[in-house]
Design a protein around this ligand. Structure first.
Ligand code: GAP
Length: 563
């Protein structure tokens, strides 16, 4: 079988065929932005979340202060008091600006509008501009042929500089695309050059009515941008009126912030400490796309780490680097993972200007050569705790009392006023916020390994700790006592791991099924087993086999799972 090229279509097909991910409500034609995990996908995603919970909540390492990190977990509701979302800023600020085409009823995000300037270029560089535009469209951008300027690249640059529109760098690009301070200069066939640039909505002087519709090319059919809130609404109780309006949480973070005071009162945590949560979040995304990457229902794995304000930088760097290393540790170790500090104009409404905010990004097949966000690490300051304290009416009474700091200041001979002022404060927050679905998707993309020696031209190379099935247990044939020995081994191993017993079809077909499921080891009971008390173990990646004692299989797996 020729190797199956690693394309998004091939990954989606394998996910469907093997039961990793399916469209929600598929028998009714599916529902846009919602996805179900099949048996393999459910195990894979659970393994990712379990690894996170284990490494973050149960067994965190040491922080930059040399002490073991204090972390506790919570599990909060999806629907919370509506005031939570007023305090957090989501009612007022969690909006996307939308532009509609009045004729076609199509809609696009105004901040995903890109301009394209085509001009005469020096040289005859050949680059397929259409490919670039197609890839941008796939990624949710709307490209409008905005302006055509005659002149050299330098003249275009001057044109752009003197243009009132704010332009910023497109991002990391290579190959024939030339990074440019204002956009991306694209050598274009026939001696022309294109400059693609994002059009800022905030400071825009754009009149959408004058722009050609990206759907039809006609002018005068677009509306001006209108704000569209991304929170799903519902009603609590039988009466559907404003008073009963509630929201499905768009982030798990606010459950943590609103329970901060209960955690402090009931656990023995002291600043610096963290509260972690895994749970569903919902966003009525305007353009859900790229498989599970942008869904309307998804899961987050969030940490809110509470610190003294002056320690923000140190802890921000710590979390940024340790979260990057964690993603490497679960199998995203190659060049497809990158860390990117945010541009100033990308900051969320709660993030502090000048403070760190970065994204851990993965190069998905549909973002390549660009990257898509897996996790954001942000310094949220004391914004949320302060907002909730003020909105619920208790204000400064809810400040955290730092007894250790009080003692330290006393020992340093600080005045009573200074001690009082400094030892009560709203802690600052460093927030590493990861997506469980995007993480699972990245693991699937990374694991997909084209290989002409496999029957389907591909196998899934998951790290053993993350693999949905840890081992296949097979009797070579269904006679001579082999099924009984294999079943006994299976019953033993399944107490500790997700393993699968399979006695159907040829051994080659069983290996092939396990290769597509990404199962790292297969143990086969064969004609020698009864006599030597050994089984063969087949390694997924090398397809090599060796013999191992029946009584050593558990220890073998345990060792491999901890690697
Ligand atoms: N509490 C901060 C917060 O929610 P965010 O960057 O909006 O920050 C955090 O989301 C993570 O949640 C993202 O890095 C991404 O992995 C995941 N995420 C956000 N929106 C998503 C969507 N529509 N579909 C799938 N995952 C999403």
């Amino acid at each position: 079988m020729p190797a199956t090229p690693k394309t998004m279509d091939a990954i989606v097909a394998l996910c469907r065929r093997r039961g990793f991910i399916w469209q929600s409500s598929e028998i009714y034609g599916g529902i846009n932005g919602f996805w179900d995990y099949g048996p393999l996908g459910a195990e894979l995603k659970k393994n990712l979340k379990d690894a996170w919970w284990h490494d973050i909540v149960r067994c965190p390492g040491k922080g930059p202060d040399g002490h073991f990190i204090d972390m506790v977990g919570v599990d909060c509701t999806i629907i919370m008091h509506p005031k939570v979302w007023e305090a957090s800023g989501h009612v007022a600020g969690f909006n996307d600006p939308m532009v509609d085409d009045k004729e076609t009823k199509d809609r696009f995000r105004a901040d995903h509008l890109w301009g394209l300037i085509i001009t005469d270029a020096p040289g005859d560089a050949a680059f397929d501009l259409k490919m670039t535009v197609a890839s941008m469209l796939r990624n949710g951008y709307t490209v409008v042929h905005y302006s055509f300027v005659a002149g050299s690249l330098g003249e275009v640059t001057d044109y752009v500089k003197t243009n009132p529109k704010e332009l910023r760098e497109f991002g990391k690009v290579d190959g024939d695309i030339v990074p440019h301070p204002f956009g991306v200069a694209v050598p274009y066939p026939k001696g022309k050059c294109g400059l693609i640039f994002p059009i800022s909505v905030d400071e825009q002087k754009i009149h959408y009515l004058e722009l050609p519709s990206p759907f039809t090319g006609k002018r005068g059919t677009l509306t001006e941008p209108r704000q569209f809130n991304l929170m799903f609404e519902s009603h609590a109780g039988p009466i559907k009126d404003e008073a009963n309006k509630v929201y499905l949480r768009p982030e798990t973070a606010q459950g943590i912030f609103t329970q901060f005071w209960n955690v402090v009162d009931t656990s023995r945590v002291k600043v610096p400490f963290g509260i972690a949560q895994i749970g569903k979040a919902f966003r009525n995304e305007v353009t859900p796309r790229n498989f599970t990457f942008r869904s309307r229902e998804f899961e987050q794995m969030e940490i809110e780490f509470f610190i003294r304000p002056e320690k923000a930088n140190e802890w921000y760097k710590f979390w940024r680097d340790s979260r990057f290393a964690w993603w490497q540790s679960v199998g995203l170790a190659g060049e497809n993972l990158q860390l990117r500090e945010h541009d100033r104009d990308e900051l969320a409404h709660y993030a502090k200007e000048g403070a760190g905010t970065s994204d851990i990004e993965y190069r998905f097949p549909f973002t390549a050569p660009g990257y898509g966000e897996l996790e954001g690490v942000a310094h949220r300051t004391d914004f949320d705790l302060r907002q909730h304290a003020n909105t619920c009416g208790k204000g400064d009474k809810l400040k955290y009392f730092d007894q250790e700091l009080q003692v330290k200041l006393q020992n340093e001979g600080a005045s009573k006023d200074e001690i009082n002022a400094k030892s009560r404060y709203f802690p600052h927050v460093i927030e590493p916020s990861a997506g469980a679905d995007r993480g699972t998707l990245a693991l699937l993309c990374e694991a997909f390994t084209p290989d002409e020696t496999r029957p389907s031209g591909v196998y899934m190379k998951f790290q053993p700790r993350i693999a949905p099935i840890k081992a296949g247990i097979f009797p070579l044939v269904n006679k001579d006592g082999m099924p009984e020995i294999a079943e006994k081994l299976y019953l033993e191993l399944r107490q500790s791991w997700c393993v699968q017993f399979d006695e159907k079809q040829t051994i080659g077909k069983r290996y092939a099924r396990m290769d597509e499921a990404g199962t790292p080891y297969c143990f086969t009971v064969d004609g020698e087993t009864a006599g030597t008390q050994t089984v063969t173990v087949r390694h997924r990646d090398t397809q090599q086999q060796e013999r191992v004692g029946l009584d050593k299989v558990g220890a073998f797996l345990k060792e491999k799972m901890s690697m």
